[in-house]
Design a binder for this molecule. Structure first.
Ligand code: SF4
Ligand code: SF4
Length: 365
């Protein structure tokens, strides 16, 4: 068990965190995902990407043996593997967003799904309990009025147009719910990974398919029609990563906001919904079928947006039959902050975690 305790501590030292519990459920999760040998190797990895040659030199091991071990660990979703500047690199990744999302194919068993469901509320509460936010909502493009100037972090087309490689895989949250016998109605094969590097997934693509930019845009369009919320990392210059399509029934991030009261899981977009009362025909579609955040209220037949609950996703806008709904810009002082890059995000988050933890410790019991 010692190796799993050390690995849990190491994962908790990453900005995202991997909090301990009284029950030790997090250690049981690690035991399923990592063999003791793999856990020892993960303990040797750094969050900064390294080539197999660099890892081998650091650990005084043969290069090919190290590469084979790293490839196997990446295949098992224990570490990250990506292509940077044409070189395959490996790195320690957080539990979320990272190890959990990479438990592909048959590695996500019913037993693991049950343990993650048990750990989820605690994990989400702590992970989403410290600023800055982990992920960020990107509004449905078609919902943004054409006369508004859209910032890059709010423009899904710009993010996709800047990226150079794409792949699609099953959504891990819906897979988990399926295994638990509580499937939701939404599509499952729509979780997109993107990279600013050419051919980023050619060397390592253990699940899903490599797709073109046009196919990625088609999947996102279909996801919008389904009422799914686009989210990606809460960073201005995203080097790549997941582009999730979230629902409130299965998605850990939206569930974190609604069920687990974790305010820093997802940042709102810079927009919010607005209803033109004169145009609204009170059909209720926006409230009853579309909004994942319960952000639309029916007050004696008058529909109203609850701006403190609205995350600015825009999924209510595109199906309003009378075009009464639109996205408007959120006042600057109400917007959620966004970090410039991964380094700034990690630094801000570690500072806030330490500050929040010190505050909790200094509260007299
Ligand atoms: S979908 Fe449009 S018309 Fe229907 S209640 Fe909502 S705002 Fe009104
Ligand atoms: S009202 Fe609901 S669906 Fe519409 S933008 Fe806000 S959170 Fe999204």
């Amino acid at each position: 068990m010692d190796v799993y305790k050390r690995l849990a501590k190491k994962l908790d030292e990453l900005p995202q965190g991997f909090p301990s519990t009284d029950t030790g459920v997090e250690l049981r999760i690690l035991q399923i995902i990592f063999s003791p040998e793999d856990a020892e190797m993960a303990l040797q990895m750094t969050p900064a990407p390294e080539t197999a040659e660099q890892v081998a030199a650091r650990l005084s091991k043969p290069v090919e043996e190290t590469r084979a071990m790293l490839d196997q660990m990446a295949e098992k979703g224990q570490i990250g593997s990506l292509s940077i500047g044409g070189q395959q690199v490996y790195r320690l990744i957080p539990f979320v967003i990272g190890i959990f999302e990479f438990q592909r194919k048959e590695r996500l068993t019913k037993e693991l799904a049950e343990l993650i469901e048990e750990y989820g509320p605690h994990l989400m509460k702590v992970t989403g309990g410290h600023a800055p936010h982990i992920a960020r909502v990107i509004p449905v493009n078609a919902a943004i009025p054409t006369d508004l100037q859209v910032l890059q972090q709010d423009d899904i087309r710009q993010i996709i147009n800047n990226a150079k490689s794409f792949r699609v895989q099953d959504c891990i949250c819906r897979k988990e719910k399926n295994l638990l016998g509580d499937p939701c109605k939404h599509s499952i094969h729509n979780c997109i990974q993107y990279s600013m590097e050419e051919n980023a997934f050619d060397y390592f693509n253990p699940e899903g398919e490599i797709i073109t930019r046009e196919e990625a845009l088609q999947i996102l369009e279909k996801n919008s029609q389904e009422g799914l919320v686009h989210t990606t990392y809460n960073i201005m210059n995203v080097p790549g990563g997941f582009l999730c399509s979230c629902c409130s029934c299965s998605c850990a991030m939206i569930r974190a906001l609604k069920e687990f009261k974790a305010p820093y899981m997802i940042a709102k977009s810079n927009y919010m919904a607005h209803i033109d009362e004169d145009a609204c025909i009170a059909c209720g579609i926006c409230r009853d079928e579309r909004c994942p955040m319960d952000a639309i209220a029916n007050e004696d037949g008058e529909f109203r947006v609850l701006k403190e609950r609205c995350i600015g996703c825009g999924v209510c806008i595109i199906t309003c039959p009378s075009k009464a709904l639109s996205l408007i810009e959120r006042p600057v002082h109400e917007r959620d902050p966004i970090a410039t890059d991964v380094t700034e995000w990690g630094k801000m988050r570690m500072e806030n975690r330490m500050h929040d933890e010190q505050k909790t410790q200094s509260v007299p019991k």
